[in-house]
Design a binder for this molecule. Sequence first.
Ligand code: SAM
Length: 270
Amino acid sequence: MSARPARAQGTAPATNSDLMAFLSKKTWQFTYFASQLGDGMWGGKNILDFGGNIGNILRDPKSTIDVRRYWCIDVDKEAIEQGEKVYPRGHWLWYNRYCFFFNPCGVQSLRLPELDQLFDYIVAYSVFTNTTPTDMLELVGQLEGRLARKGALAFTFIDPHYRSWPGRYHGNNFLWRLEREQELAAERGETLDIATTDLMSRAQHAEWLMLVNAGDLYVETEDIRRYEAEQQRTCHAFFTERYIKKLFPRATILPPVNNEMQHCCVIRRS
Ligand SMILES: C[S@@+](CC[C@H](N)C(=O)[O-])C[C@H]1O[C@@H](n2cnc3c(N)ncnc32)[C@H](O)[C@@H]1O
């Protein structure tokens, strides 16, 4: 995925229009959700891609989504504009809700935009991996209200203690993130001094945690100190499978598929 170069280098955004866009390069989201939902035939179904960015799910070679029945809601205005240019027959909605990294000038707790449609599938790939549990609970509650009869909401999350690639990678998902942040800093020509051993030890029994700006760890608290908008670089949220099950008791929790690191939480309309 691409980062926001200007933000990462510390350019101060005073308004949304000063922000560099985050344009996702991730692919295979359709394959992932088709597998998790046990259904690859999405033609004729209304699809809401929540936090869908530029609509990469449509680029998946296996996608059976009918673009005219595709809606994308995202807090990144430029991503929405870009997606609309490429897929003008889809429906693109910019949602000016606050998000630590993706929309630091947005409105806190803004309700979802009104939509006339109900959706057969609502998917959110790697969206609640960047939000607080309060945001996730609020948004999932509102999204559930947009499900059609027999509809399903599927969203991903990252379990910090899960080992995604045993035999190929030695650590768990949280260690992978710490090492990845160091790699990314090196690619930018920066040195990042992360206290890996200390962070791993503080995280080891956590049900959930947030890693802010690569080095600031918040364990089971949303009491994040104030960061100026230009300092809001990354916020990676991790939730254990057990914690997600506790928050959403009706949900089915599925392990990662497609060689990915993200679990899937599926909530079907009751
Ligand atoms: C890591 S990217 C993943 C993008 C896309 N789902 C993909 O797989 O390519 C996270 C996306 O979620 C969006 N996002 C974050 N918080 C959001 C919110 N509260 N409502 C809607 N979109 C949100 C971001 O703007 C960003 O496009």
